[in-house]
Design a protein around this ligand. Structure first.
Ligand code: NAD
Length: 486
């Protein structure tokens, strides 16, 4: 049905990153030209676009699971079905249900001084949106921004991660099978392509990735004044208040931590727990990890670390922490050896300090430091002394403790008494704050972020604005006295 996307040629011909980078302006020009020539798509066209994405996700779910698993070494098929396919399809269905309402012009109030004019806000497509996506949920994190972009009537150019090459290639192939290359195109490649991509004069750029690369992206985008949505990372804390059952908190925290082997932007990075409850928490975390993952190395539910470089990074954190005096508690119920495996032995870290890299960098793996606090206020101070996290998890049945935590901390989002599930709420915005990102997608906010909210004032045939033009006379003086006082 559609032409083969240029990106497909790029993949097939195995061009160098420099060559791909050189072709980017042409790809963008083609998308932009189509936007200008064809004008903003109506609701029916947008629904067709969204249905095509939904269909390609559903009818290729096994291929997607296989590609991601091959890229990771092994990725739990269930994790892919839940976090890549279900989350994306559920979001598409929600957008389709709400799109008509979102697209409607909004009537706004007109002050009596401008009566009887009319005010309206129109939601207009921006044009062409650039999307840079990471490897950890390589389908969902490319598709969800695309759903936002297309629901808002935009065309898109996507650059997925080079660390998941099979999935990136499949993404290009699937989108090329459903869309013309002047609707959506995919370019593959590494940082060199990413750098050239972020220098393009898009109408908006959605970047999902690390805070460090986010800084480069925003700097590059600034040259063309391209507005950015930055979906970044950081250290997301889990706070257990003393009133909450430790066993329940442990189950929900370790479940969130070990999903995708901790390679999740909103995985609980570390836990703050009252000092008297550390031992009980460690025992519960061990018990729940053993129940969920009785074995690890050959267990299809336990996902590999995406790349040897990342495994080495995590091992370095652990070795350094141990060397500086932390105690490592492996969560390895069958006592398996991980040597030669792409998986990492999950591990708790006790006695971690700020001098250790495990407490400085986002962990992004199955390693969980447990930090004791004396007073719950100290736990809140710990969070507030550090960069604003992407997610925060508070465990308490005491309403005052929950409200105090919500009021006194600033984070991208919160799950109360659980981990990670706020991400999957279709009707809620998602995005970081400060070092964890800027802007939002998901929810209605995703549609709005990639639309121009255009305020339009419709002047009435009969109106009083002649008063605002010279020569100014007594009438305007009287009106100003009435409005402003003497
Ligand atoms: P990354 O920042 O290394 O790479 C992300 C993307 O940017 C890749 O496609 C990469 O090729 C590209 N890139 C690399 N250098 C670039 C440059 N100089 N200019 C432009 N693009 C460049 O991130 P990653 O390792 O793929 O993903 C992990 C990070 O992403 C973690 O920090 C995680 O927290 C974060 N993340 C955030 C969210 C979120 O929704 N906030 C979701 C998933 C992951």
């Amino acid at each position: 049905m559609s032409q083969a996307a240029v990106s497909e040629d790029v993949v097939r011909e195995q061009k160098s990153d420099a060559e791909i980078a050189g072709e980017l302006p042409k790809l963008l020009a083609k998308l932009r030209e189509a936007h200008r020539r064809k004008g903003p798509p109506d609701e029916a066209e947008r629904l067709r676009w969204l249905s095509r994405i939904e269909r390609l996700m559903l009818s290729n779910k096994e291929r997607i699971a296989d590609a991601i698993s091959a890229d990771f070494g092994s990725r739990s098929r269930h994790e892919t079905m839940i976090a890549e396919i279900f989350v994306t399809v559920s979001y598409i269905r929600y957008v389709k249900e709400n799109l008509r309402h979102w697209m409607e012009p909004e009537r706004r109030h007109v002050a009596f001084t401008f009566f009887p004019a009319r005010n309206e806000v129109l939601y207009q497509p921006l044009g062409v949106v650039g999307i840079i996506s990471p490897w950890n949920y390589p389908m969902q994190l490319a598709m969800a921004p695309l759903v936002c972009a297309m629901s808002a009537g935009n065309r898109a150019l996507i650059k997925p991660s080079e660390l998941t090459p099979r999935t990136s290639e499949l993404l290009a192939e699937l989108l090329a099978s459903q869309f013309a290359d002047d609707e959506v195109a995919v370019v593959t490649g590494g940082p060199e392509v990413g750098q050239a991509f972020s220098r393009l004069p898009f109408d908006h750029l959605v970047f999902t990735g690390s805070t460090a690369v986010g800084r480069h992206v925003m700097r590059a985008a600034a040259d063309n004044l391209v507005p950015c949505t930055l979906e970044l990372g950081g250290k997301s804390p889990a706070l257990i208040a003393p009133d909450f059952p430790i066993d329940t908190a442990a189950e929900r925290i370790i479940g969130g931590k070990l999903f995708n082997s901790g390679q999740t932007c909103i995985a609980p990075d570390y836990v703050l727990v009252k000092e008297e409850q550390v031992d009980e928490l460690v025992a519960s975390l061990k018990a729940h990890a053993a129940r969920m993952y009785p074995t690890l190395v050959s267990n299809p539910d336990y996902t590999s670390i995406v790349h040897p470089r990342h495994k080495a990074r995590l091992e370095k954190h652990l070795a350094e922490a141990a060397e500086k005096g932390a105690k490592l508690v492996p969560l390895n119920p069958a006592g398996e050896s991980f040597e030669g495996s792409p998986k990492l032995e999950p591990c708790l870290v006790l006695g971690a300090t700020d001098e250790m890299s495990v407490m400085q960098d986002e962990i992004f793996g199955p390693v969980l430091p447990i930090l004791p606090y004396k007073d719950f206020g100290d736990a809140l101070d710990h969070v507030n002394d550090r960069p604003r996290p992407l997610a925060l998890y508070v465990f308490s049945h005491d309403e005052r403790t929950v409200q105090r935590t919500l009021r006194d901390t600033t984070s991208g989002g919160v799950s109360v008494n659980d981990t990670m599930v706020h991400f999957a709420q279709d009707d809620m915005p998602f995005g970081g704050v400060g070092a964890s990102g800027m802007g939002h997608y998901h929810g209605r906010e995703g549609f709005e972020a990639l639309s121009k909210k255009k305020p339009v004032f419709y002047q009435a045939r009969v109106n009083g604005t002649a008063l605002l033009r010279p020569p100014f006379g007594k009438t305007i003086d009287t009106a100003m006295r009435f409005l402003l006082g003497k």
